[in-house]
Ligand binder design. Structure first.
Ligand code: GLU
Length: 412
């Protein structure tokens, strides 16, 4: 059997959203599962739609996620090759000049048919419904339909795994393979990802790029794990898996024929699972690199806070939200009733013999009981936020001195 060779062929027309990155992941996993090659091909022949910086963003996404490519090509470097193949079609009288552009002559009868690897379904198009299509534009650049096929052939691509929005282009591609007398690859069209409202996934649904998720404090392991389940399952209930496990388990028959639904809440839940699985040292370095305000913070303080926060964080950025009052004076405005409670806390803390979790807990309970208040009010008074890390532990770490000083300030 031939070595498996697959490609992701992004057009640098913007920063790809999570759906395109999932297609890349499926290609990568398929290649690695079959000990084949994963190729990155930048399809930059649509010069009008180029967006500066998007090629770098595409590569940054793959590098961050660990989706390593084995070979790399860029179509704008290969213009002469495409022109050569245009010439071949002209010589066979299968292509002709039209207003400075070159068109491919589609046959007017017969059908184009293939068995798609997703769901093993037969897809059929009538040639009479197809028009002669442009292969070389008047600016000298080939079209997507042409360059894509030439490259898939020359790069010996065995499986074309892409989104199902390309199904309608496939008859054109097949006709080009026939025109050159080349074998066509296996086509596998992935069902498009939908939002919870069953409309095509878009920004509206919280679908962003992998880089946006990184900035929001998602771990790459969680994002990879979430993406692989968008339209694939391992044939069991297993949901949590590492990249290595995905490589072992992934294959095309496991891809569902139904469209997956993108659920940002599930991604958040999964990120929380990965945060709780993380080793503290690893979590610490990720939390610090995520937030520049933490770069100069005392190491010993972070070592105390991170294990406490780990159980309550769903993103890396949650760390700062939960611990802000350790690094910044909380901004709190109290009403009269809250001020009374603050006074009671102040009195209790002042007379406490010990400053440890247990003693703090019992005086907090005391105040709650006597004042008939709820936890969010205590949090507000003591941290400036309605919830956060366990209060006794927080106050122990913050120190009695600081706690009392802050309460005093609130009361005056
Ligand atoms: N350049 C196309 C894209 O932007 C590639 C489609 C394909 O994989 O054939 O997605």
């Amino acid at each position: 059997m031939r070595q498996v060779r697959v490609r992701i062929a992004p057009s640098p027309t913007g920063i790809p959203h999570i759906g395109n990155t999932r297609t890349a992941l499926f290609n990568y996993l398929f290649a690695k599962h079959h000990k084949g090659k994963f190729i990155l091909r930048i399809e930059d022949t649509d010069r009008v739609r180029l967006v500066p910086g998007s090629e770098n963003a595409i590569k940054e996404i793959f590098s961050w996620l660990g989706i390593h490519w084995d070979e790399e090509y860029k179509q704008s470097d290969r213009i002469l090759i495409y022109k050569e193949y245009v010439q071949k079609l002209k010589e066979k009288e299968l292509a002709y000049e039209d207003n400075g552009a070159v068109r491919f002559r589609m046959p007017k009868e017969g059908v184009n048919e293939w068995e798609d690897a997703i769901g093993s379904k037969k897809i059929l198009f009538q040639n009479k419904d197809q028009e002669d299509f442009v292969i070389l534009k008047s600016d000298g650049f080939p079209t997507y339909n042409f360059a894509n096929v030439i490259d898939d052939h020359l790069m010996e691509i065995t499986h074309v795994i892409r989104g199902d929005e390309f199904i309608s282009s496939t008859p054109k591609h097949i006709q080009l393979y026939k025109a050159f007398g080349w074998d066509q690859p296996v086509f596998a069209h992935l069902p498009v990802i939908l939002g919870p409202d069953h409309q095509k996934l878009s920004k509206r649904h919280g679908a962003k790029s992998a880089l946006d998720y990184r900035d929001e404090g998602y771990l790459k392991e969680a994002l990879l794990n979430y993406m692989v389940l968008l339209g694939w399952n391992p044939g069991s209930d297993q949901e949590i898996m590492s990249l290595d496990e995905m490589i072992t388990l992934f294959d095309l028959p496991g891809v569902n024929t139904a469209s997956p639904i993108f659920d940002v809440k599930k991604l958040l839940w999964m990120n929380g699972i990965y945060i709780r699985k993380s080793q503290i040292s690893n979590l610490k370095s990720q939390i610090i690199s995520q937030n520049s305000k933490l770069k100069n913070v005392d190491d010993a303080l972070l070592d105390k806070l991170i294990p406490l926060a780990q159980t309550r964080m769903n993103t890396l950025n949650d760390f700062y939200t939960l611990t802000r009052h350790f690094f910044e004076e909380p901004k709190v405005v109290l009403d009269e009733k809250e001020k009374e409670t603050a006074q009671k806390l102040y009195n209790a803390f002042l007379t406490m013999k010990l400053w440890d979790n247990e003693t703090i807990l019992s005086s907090l309970k005391n105040v709650i009981h006597k004042e008939g208040i709820r936890m969010p009010i205590l949090y507000k008074i003591l941290t400036g936020a309605p919830s956060g890390l366990p209060l006794p532990e927080s106050l122990t770490i913050l120190s009695r001195e600081k706690t009392i000083k802050r309460l005093k300030k609130l009361l005056t």
